[in-house]
Design a protein around this ligand. Sequence first.
Ligand code: SAM
Length: 253
Amino acid sequence: MRKILLIGIGPGGPDFMTVQAIDALNRAQVLFLPDKGAEKAELREIREQICRRFIAKPDYRSVTIEIPQRAAATHDYRETVDDWHAQIAARYRRVLIDALPDDGCGAFLVWGDPALYDSTLRILDRLRAEGMDVAYEIIPGISAVQVLTARHGIALNRIGESVTITTGRKLAAMGKVTEDLVVMLDGDETFAKIDAADITIYWGAYLGMADEILIAGKLAEVSAEIQRVRREAREAKGWIMDAYLLRRADDGS
Ligand SMILES: C[S@@+](CC[C@H](N)C(=O)[O-])C[C@H]1O[C@@H](n2cnc3c(N)ncnc32)[C@H](O)[C@@H]1O
């Protein structure tokens, strides 16, 4: 049976690698590096830096897997994602069979933590459900959420309170914030379209990287500044990854 290690590499660079992640890198015979296109060349370079820095044998083997673009969402978001996953799964199946012997061990370097808004695990489950003889092991990584709170010097939750992790799309549907939220995958600056009364935002882009940007404050006061900084940064680099925590004003805990 082929074995795949899903290695969480953290959200910014080699310094976020855990000892377990480094050990796992060295157990794999082949490293699979998903490539999402030219705008993410910098992210591919970070993955390659990680391999160069931590893999003990200099002649390690890596295989790039080109990830097809997701079609624009139709009326049915889940169906669009499902079709996209089917295409990726077909590509993974081919690459795993070509690159690994039947009893081989390979690894995917997964951005942040493999359990959080990442489809690699689901795609491997899909291959297993289709009958492919493949097992996996997850090596947890530091997520963008943890770096966001660390950089802002705050706790994720308030005492005894819950925090929901969600997406820009879901926030747009909510319209207003009724609980503390961490928002990821927001390409639409949804923070600027919601009711800002009594909300504090802790925003971060390129967390853990050389170009890291942090802005925090009352949403009504800093929203326009975040939009301006975000657009300038995206224009300058050609891509952006950002996340934020929205916290309702309250009892001060
Ligand atoms: C596909 S999800 C992957 C999340 C990842 N598995 C994790 O644990 O952080 C990508 C989203 O994570 C957030 N993200 C990941 N890395 C980031 C970074 N270095 N700075 C800011 N946000 C980041 C952004 O919201 C981005 O849209």
